[in-house]
Ligand binder design. Structure first.
Ligand code: PEP
Ligand code: MN
Length: 265
């Protein structure tokens, strides 16, 4: 496989421009709300990122919700507004693309296209993202194996897009005490099998706010090249995933801990 270390030994470095990279040897910190909600909320998170030297912000404008009645996102208009505010502050945007028709309209406003867990094996979408000259982060499927994640990455890479990032976000197991089971085993295994950078998402991985920091740090120590976690000014009021979202004080502390533990690794 093209994404395997056998094919290419040198770790892939994903260049987002302006000196911002996702790559081995650096620790990418990506935070932001589950959903982009309002202009006020965007400004608050951007300011939080700037204050804490966080260069990449996450957020969904197209939300894959388990219920059709839940908030489904602000759509392209929300992305345009977010891009205006974030780019002025030098912050890169990581956001989910749900279908092929969105790729082109989103293009000017995104820095990393996120492929969500539910779309991890949407091979049409992966094929189309293979033709794009912009970074793509693929999340592991809800019941996806490590091998399946690598095969999904292979679709994009073989299509010609080598700006690829893998993300472990927890898998569905028999355990119901946590939302998902963050598979820390996947980190060293993915790092050994592939030259692509690997990011950990402890928020969806455990789904419980109080335990997100320790799972993030476990991710750092497992060898991850970055952490993506959810944060919001008032998590209790978040439109989605508030139960696993950190407030800004918790997020600031965690970002510091991530950097300290990475320096010790
Ligand atoms: C998200 O990042 O908010 C999200 C929907 O993630 P996942 O696809 O991993 O469930
Ligand atoms: Mn979420």
């Amino acid at each position: 496989k093209l994404v395997s270390k056998k094919w290419k030994a040198k770790p892939t470095s994903v260049d987002l421009g302006d000196g911002i990279f996702i790559k081995e040897g650096e620790m990418a910190v990506i935070t932001g709300p589950c959903s982009i909600e309002t202009e006020e909320q965007i400004r608050a998170v951007v300011a939080h990122c700037v204050e804490n030297d966080i260069k990449m912000m996450r957020g969904g404008v197209f939300k894959p919700r388990s219920s059709p009645y839940a908030f489904r996102g602000l759509g392209l208009e929300g992305l345009k507004l977010w891009h205006k505010i974030a780019s002025e502050a030098g912050i890169k945007i990581v956001t989910e693309v749900m279908q092929t028709s969105q790729i082109e309209e989103m293009y000017p406003y995104v820095d990393v296209y996120q492929v969500g867990a539910r779309n991890s094996q949407n091979f049409n979408l992966l094929d189309e993202l293979g033709k794009v000259d912009k970074a793509v982060m693929i999340k592991r499927g809800i019941s996806g194996t490590i091998e399946e994640l690598l095969q999904s990455a292979e679709y994009v890479f073989s299509g010609g897009n080598e700006k690829l990032i893998l993300c472990e976000r927890g898998i569905r197991t028999y355990e119901r005490a946590s939302r998902n089971t963050l598979d820390l085993n996947a980190i060293p295994i993915l790092k050994a099998k592939s030259h692509l950078p690997v990011i950990v998402d402890p928020s969806h991985g455990i789904g419980i706010r109080a335990y997100v920091p320790q799972m993030a740090l476990a991710g750092v120590m497992s060898g991850a090249d970055g952490i993506i976690y959810e944060s919001h000014e008032v998590p209790e009021k978040a439109y989605s995933d508030g139960q696993q979202t950190l407030d800004f004080a918790q997020s600031a502390r965690l970002a510091g801990w991530i950097r300290e533990s990475f320096a010790m690794r």
